[in-house]
Design a protein around this ligand. Structure first.
Ligand code: NAD
Length: 470
């Protein structure tokens, strides 16, 4: 899996060098063909022109553009490069899991086939509801899935006929530049219009604000924490908000406990718990809690039982405001254990311990492979607590149970966008579960798992008095 470090460094150097060479001439052709700009206004202007050209292309051509992007990003060397960059630049996550996530984004994000026309016909004729582009989309992307989000957004947005201006997290700048560089290289090769996918060379919150308020941006898509979702929703523009989660995993006495334990540890430790869908706390019915913990330990969980150590961990990774300490987000369990003076030789997937229901470890989204387990008397109490700690995010929840009534009850009560039954959380985004993938899960604004059709406007086209052949 490991790619030679110097090969990656050379490739990154090449991308950055190309950009620096064209620094002096704002409108020089190289910048345009790379889709990287100094100023946000110029990036948006170029994407505006690009989108006008895109809508003149046939659907067959649009499909070719998507295929070209997928082919280029799917190349092993490219997947390895962006995965490695993602880990190195952000200091978060695991290389092998980033590869899985990037590959997933490339392979399971739908293209133009997602744009299905609705038709109504009758005595008065034929009416079609078509999915048309918005125009230029402004997309804000996170540190936790930097390249993955750009890949899913790009494929869906271009398939729907839009161009996109990305505003990535400044801490994922290089990863984002490189991903966009690969995408634009692929688009250029197949003769696509220029500047369908653009970003500024030095992303910042200030530049994101320019983008959010620019008149030529017709739709905003924010993937990140509550702050950025609130920002895009305050602009007065149409906005899609994919915000924070705090997914609980409930286990009742009817579940296959051995499997539930493995699924929970696997889901929680995937990319060191960075995915917003990953298990963040376990709520277990008392009668099976001991056996569940035993099996979690058999599957890579490391149990802390010493209260002083748990307190030490709390003050290390949670700050005075009750929020995660950024330098521990996406770090490995072994790294975190070492920082509390635990010299654990074997590879640990997740740190587990029993916790009270109001513990910050339970109620806050930390994005670390730390899994508190809360004991409850029965499944009804478990469901009630899960609803509470999910905190109205409407994001993701997991339940391990064979009781169909209780599975149904929890799904109804918790109202999350993703509800995984008897599997790891990542089954909800298409890893070992049916369905397409996305890394932009829009709970707050209700679009759900975004795809090309999410990035399209519904338009009705009415033909009066004809073409009904029933
Ligand atoms: P973050 O909120 O710190 O940053 C996300 C993006 O928003 C970055 O590009 C950042 O520069 C930008 N941003 C932040 N505040 C802004 C503001 N006021 N104005 C304009 N732009 C602003 O999030 P992060 O730490 O990079 O990512 C982790 C968070 O994102 C977690 O809460 C996670 O649950 C969430 N997330 C959600 C989804 C989803 O699909 N729902 C996917 C990935 C991550």
């Amino acid at each position: 899996m490991n790619m030679n470090k110097t090969v990656i460094e050379e490739l990154v150097k090449k991308v950055l060098l190309e950009m620096n060479e064209s620094k002096s001439e704002k409108y020089n052709k190289d910048i345009y063909s790379n889709g990287i700009f100094d100023e946000m206004d110029d990036a948006i202007e170029a994407a505006f022109i690009g989108q006008k050209k895109l809508v003149e292309c046939s659907m067959k051509r649009r499909s070719e553009f998507v295929v070209a992007i997928k082919k280029a990003l799917g190349k092993e060397s490219n997947i390895n490069m962006i995965s490695k960059l993602g880990v190195e630049e952000t200091g978060m996550g695991k290389f092998d899991d980033k590869i899985i996530k990037n590959r997933l984004a490339v392979e399971k994000t739908p293209g133009i086939e997602d744009l299905v026309t609705e038709a109504m016909s009758g005595d008065d004729g034929l009416t079609l509801v078509e999915l048309s582009p918005y125009g230029v989309i402004g997309a804000i992307t996170p540190t936790t899935n930097p390249s993955e989000t750009i890949i899913c957004n790009t494929i869906g947005m271009i398939a729907a006929g839009n161009s996109v201006v990305f505003s990535p997290h400044p801490r994922a700048r290089k990863t984002s530049l490189t991903t966009i560089g690969i995408i634009n290289g692929a688009l250029k090769k197949v003769g696509a219009p220029e500047n369908l996918v653009v970003m500024v060379k030095e992303p910042s919150i200030e530049k994101a604000e320019i983008m959010m308020n620019h008149e030529k941006i017709r739709l905003l898509v924010a993937t990140g924490g509550p702050g950025v979702v609130k920002s895009v929703l305050s602009t007065g523009k149409k906005a899609i908000g994919a915000g924070a989660g705090n997914p609980p995993a409930v286990v009742d006495e009817t579940a296959n406990i051995e499997k539930a334990a493995k699924d929970i540890i696997d889901g929680c430790s995937f990319d060191n718990n960075l995915p917003c869908i990953a298990e963040k706390e376990v709520i277990a019915v008392d009668s099976i809690a001991d056996y569940l913990i035993l099996n979690m330990k058999r599957n890579g969980g490391y149990e802390l039982t010493d209260k002083a150590k748990i307190n030490e961990l709390r003050s290390l990774v949670i700050n005075d405001k009750g929020k995660p300490v950024t330098s521990f987000v996406g770090k490995s369990a072994n790294y975190i254990l070492e920082k509390i003076g635990m010299d654990v030789k074997e590879e640990v997937k997740a740190i587990i311990f029993e916790a009270e229901r109001s513990d910050l470890f339970v109620v806050e989204e930390l994005m670390m492979p730390i899994l508190p387990v809360v004991r409850v008397d029965n499944v009804d109490e478990a469901i009630e607590l899960a609803v509470k700690v999910e905190n109205g995010n409407r994001h993701t929840a997991i339940m391990h149970s064979k009781n169909v009534d209780k599975l149904t009850e929890m799904a109804k009560k918790i109202q999350t966008t993703i509800f995984v039954k008897n599997g790891p959380s990542y089954a909800g985004i298409g890893v070992g579960g049916e369905g397409y993938t996305t890394f932009t899960i829009a709970g707050p604004t209700g679009e759900g798992l975004t795809s090309a059709k999410t990035f399209a406007r519904k338009r009705r086209c009415v033909l009066v008095g004809g073409l009904d052949i029933k």
